[in-house]
Ligand binder design. Structure first.
Ligand code: 13P
Length: 335
């Protein structure tokens, strides 16, 4: 087993998943202001440290994705990456610099951040990061995602992944096909498969060791403004069909993003996927909003109640962990 494969498995095995706290300062400002908290450096640290020091870190969280600001912060003179490592979780880092308008297809985006990446990775490794994340983002529409968006983002994801492995870290490959739109789940399946297949074509071309990677895809859902109603079992079937036809078997595991689903939807759908999972991949979570939303809301009204905030986060993390084993139910959710 390669060292990178060992790290990948440590992050996603044994009912564990990833806590995505890599919101950029701009996104975090929106999240905090939506609950009437001022987005200061100290408030961002205080909320995130509350999560990192929760009990469920040890049992439910195998990896934490950090943002550049957070990986360099300290809490009571302890470095954030070492606080995370002590819980048994692996510290990770978002290394893309965001999605920008794509020339010649201006409604679409291309993710940037390759320039100087090799040097930045060295710094992040020395700060304790052992995995990285890069998100390519795609829209669904009549002519979207376009071939330009599909090929350009796959190429960038593969170049990023190759550099991350060269630096001794595991790349999380995140091609996110957004939920926005009135498309059906079948269209989401078709477009997502196309996007993921192209990513693996590029990853293989650029000699990325797939056993030392983790895929972070969207689930297959109807568009957020479509009238289509489908059951959680159908979502699971379509998601598994997509992964079966587009992900090479060497990939050790898949950690879904929540992408705007509610906490319960993201938990329930992951649970359904694992109940019928007949593939060899581990299927777990790499949630941002679906792990943090309720905890953030409570904290915003009770800024000094660390324990109360952690209790809410622990419950959410435990529910996601059960879902990663197909053992979640409405009943355990209520207890
Ligand atoms: P959400 O789970 O909130 O979609 O965030 C995950 C993530 O890292 C998106 O890039």
């Amino acid at each position: 087993m390669s060292e990178l494969n060992t790290i990948a498995l440590k992050i996603i095995s044994s009912g564990k998943g990833i806590l995505a706290t890599d919101e950029s300062t701009g996104t975090m400002k929106k999240r905090l202001e939506s609950v009437n908290v001022e987005s200061t450096e100290n408030n961002r640290l205080k909320f995130r440290h509350t999560l990192f020091s929760s009990d469920s870190m040890k049992s439910c969280i195998g990896g934490v994705i950090l943002y550049d600001e957070t990986i360099k912060q300290e809490f009571n003179s302890n470095k954030i990456p070492s606080i995370i490592s002590k819980t048994g979780a692996v510290p990770g880092i978002k290394v893309d610099t965001g999605a920008k308008v794509l020339a010649n297809s201006t409604e679409e985006k291309i993710t940037e951040g390759l320039d100087g990446l090799r040097e930045r990775l060295k710094v992040y490794y020395s700060l304790g990061a052992r995995f990285a994340k890069w998100r390519g983002v795609y829209i669904i529409g009549n002519n979207y995602p376009s071939q330009i968006a599909v090929t350009s983002n796959a190429h960038s994801l593969a170049r990023y992944a190759a550099l991350v492995q060269e630096s001794g870290m595991v790349p999380i490959v995140e091609p996110e096909v957004l939920m926005e739109g009135n498309h059906s789940a079948e269209i989401c399946l078709k477009k997502t498969s196309e996007v993921i297949k192209k990513c693996y074509e590029e990853l293989i071309l650029q000699k990325v060791d797939l056993t030392g990677t983790i895929l972070k895809p969207n689930m297959i859902l109807p568009g957020s403004s479509s009238n289509q109603k489908i059951s959680t079992e159908e979502i699971a079937e379509l998601t598994i069909k997509c992964l079966k036809e587009s992900v090479p078997s060497e990939v050790p595991g898949i950690a879904f993003l929540s992408g705007g689903q509610t906490e319960i939807e993201a938990t329930k759908n992951l649970n359904s996927i694992n109940k019928i999972n007949k593939l060899n991949f581990i299927m777990t979570y790499s949630y941002g909003r679906a792990l943090q939303q309720s905890a953030l809301k409570y904290w915003s009204n009770n800024l000094d109640d660390i324990e109360g905030t952690q209790k809410i986060f622990n419950h959410r993390a435990n529910m996601c962990s059960l879902a990663s084993k197909g053992k979640w139910s409405e009943q355990v959710e209520k207890n």
